[in-house]
Design a protein around this ligand. Structure first.
Ligand code: OAD
Length: 270
């Protein structure tokens, strides 16, 4: 049997979601774990592998640190294949839950910290990829941006540092590394979205990385916030409803109870 939160809590979630018309969904790596992509901070996540392989590194998040990448891009290129595949991955139930919200006109925006590009495959178009994208690159020396995603994938698959065909400089995928600003569309939408939103759902994120983690603090106090995650995250009492467990199990049950699934959920609430 699936481990789901208290029946009454999930039912409350169904009630709130059914009524909401402008839902802001903030997602993190947890929603892609069932697609075969590790998250970052769980005990079997990417950062524990980085720690094991590069014990001399003070902090595994340095793999995404711009200043460190400029000095030593090897750590990033050794691990990038764990989190990105140009062929893509099948969306999870949690991705499909968000695409259903959009199809039903209830999604205000999906702010994702994920860089796997699965949102597009799930048909989610109202999505801001806050931490950038993997399918374009920029040469750190001549700023050439013409390298194809397929060629980058070859470097990443081989685990070798990608270099520019024109000048030999190091290529960096257009991900937002620590020390870089978020993409323009984050700033374009965030203020208006925070004014319009009538429900926030956070799914599969440790809420450890700012400024995205700080987004919830910008939401007016009267707007309900729901957490769907394996563990409690955020500041104390941040959420009105805590749905703790596997996000696919929870979203599958929500989809079923909202009548958005063709087959019945196996969860009976006991
Ligand atoms: P984290 O790895 O920090 O957090 C993932 C969260 O999802 C944790 O709270 C897990 O417990 C939870 N989780 C994992 N699998 C789950 C599942 N199947 N069901 C429910 N919950 C699950 O990932 P993010 O918060 O996304 O930055 O990390 C934020 C940023 O930190 C990333 O975008 C990345 C990283 O450094 C950059 O790449 C710039």
């Amino acid at each position: 049997r699936k481990q789901l939160p208290q029946f009454s809590s999930v039912n409350k979630g169904v009630e709130i979601i059914a009524k909401a018309r402008r839902i802001l969904v903030l997602t993190g790596a947890g929603i892609s774990v069932s697609c075969g992509i590790p998250d970052f901070r769980s005990k079997d996540g990417l950062y524990s592998k980085v720690r094991a392989r590069f014990p001399e590194l003070d902090d595994p998040t340095l793999m995404f640190d711009l200043a460190y990448f400029k000095k030593n891009p090897k750590v990033f290129y050794s691990f990038a294949r764990e989190i990105w595949d140009v062929q893509g991955h099948e969306p999870s139930v949690s991705h499909m839950f968000i695409s259903q919200l959009e199809a039903r006109g209830q999604l205000l925006r999906n702010y994702t910290q994920n860089i796997d590009g699965i949102e597009a495959q799930a048909g989610i178009s109202k999505c801001i990829t806050c931490h950038g994208r993997f399918d374009t690159t920029t040469c750190q020396r001549c700023h050439d941006q013409t390298l194809s995603g397929e060629r980058l994938q070859e470097f990443i698959h081989e685990g070798v540092v990608g270099t520019c065909a024109h000048c030999g400089g190091v290529l960096k995928p257009d991900l937002v590394f620590f020390g870089e600003p978020l993409p323009d569309d984050f700033d374009t939408h965030i203020d208006a979205d925070c004014e319009q939103v009538d429900l926030v759902i956070v799914m599969g994120s440790s809420l450890k990385v700012k400024p995205v983690a700080g987004l919830c603090g910008r939401i007016p106090r009267h707007v309900p916030q729901i957490l769907i995650n394996r563990e409690v995250v955020g500041y104390p009492h941040q959420f009105d409803l805590y749905l703790l467990g596997e996000c696919d199990d929870i979203t599958h049950y929500l989809l079923s109870r909202l009548g958005w699934l063709s087959e019945e959920s196996s969860y009976d609430g006991r």
